[in-house]
Design a protein around this ligand. Structure first.
Ligand SMILES: Nc1ncnc2c1ncn2[C@@H]1O[C@H](COP(=O)(O)OP(=O)(O)OP(=O)(O)O)[C@@H](O)[C@H]1O
Length: 247
């Protein structure tokens, strides 16, 4: 479990995160949702250590990530997998080299072991016979799958995904959501996903945190989200026509 306590972050005197508390549970997709510019990505970056919070703690299974020593932080970093917005594959590396990259950097596995692990992960995300393809030769949905394979290649305990559906059609988005959900349960990872896709909330939002202007206004499950009693959340949830009819 990841626990965050009173996370605050300002840029140039402007308070972006105003003291966020919450938990992210293992074996579940934990979603951070909210309108554009509300601080979702900044919160994610504070949790994974890409930004240092001005105040507050981030605990990974009780281990203090924000104030722990360098060694403890490195240890936790090794247990983190990330799926970045837009997949962020290296254009000059082929699929196999992209997925292998974390193993080259973080492990001393032999070449054979690395290839075996890469092939296992590619197979797990439904990709076969694409090892030598370049990112420019595969579709957006396939790139996401490669990104997921790379994120799980070093067997992370914690998986973070920033807008995993950006740039995908609704059908492919659903397939990618299902894949992330499946592997989360299979490997009992604590998966945290930043999204503003209501379809994802309905499909995989087993735990949802709603941010509004740098504050957490609500958390709960996708089952409760349509009757939260929070006006700002209602406006967000029922912003599209399909959801209005659902109401
Ligand atoms: N490195 C930075 N320096 C200064 N301001 C920043 C920085 N990163 C983010 N911000 C500001 O923090 C605010 C929240 O940004 P953030 O990217 O977290 O929003 P978001 O909720 O993820 O939005 P979106 O859904 O559009 O990605 C924005 O006003 C943004 O300009």
């Amino acid at each position: 479990m990841i626990e965050i306590n009173n996370i605050k972050k300002s840029f140039q005197g402007k308070e972006i995160l105003k003291g966020i508390n919450g938990t992210f549970e293992p074996g579940k997709c934990n979603l951070i949702i909210g309108s554009s510019g509300t601080g979702k990505s900044v919160l994610l970056k504070c949790i994974v250590g890409l930004f240092k919070p001005d105040e507050g703690d981030v605990l990974y299974d009780g281990r203090d990530f924000s104030h722990g020593d360098k060694e403890a932080q490195t240890e936790i970093r090794r247990e983190i997998g990330m799926l970045f917005q837009g997949s962020a594959l290296f254009d000059s590396k082929n699929v196999e080299q992209n997925v292998m990259f974390p193993l080259n950097v973080l492990t001393d596995m032999s070449k054979e072991e690395k290839i075996e692990r890469v092939n296992f992960c590619l197979q797990r995300v439904g990709l076969e016979n694409v090892n030598k393809k370049m990112p420019s030769e595969i579709s957006g949905g396939m790139k996401k799958r490669v990104g997921i394979a790379r994120a799980i290649v070093n067997k992370p305990n914690y998986l973070f995904c920033d807008e995993p559906n950006s740039g995908l059609d609704p059908q492919t988005s659903m397939v990618i959501d299902e894949l992330i959900d499946e592997i989360t349960q299979e490997y009992q990872m604590t998966t945290t996903i930043v999204t503003h896709d209501m379809n994802s909330v309905i499909e995989i939002g087993q735990k949802v945190m709603y941010l509004y202007k740098g504050e957490k206004l609500w958390d709960g499950t996708n089952k409760d989200i349509t009757h939260s009693g929070v006006k700002e959340l209602d406006d967000f949830v029922f912003a599209n026509r399909m959801m209005k009819e659902f109401r």
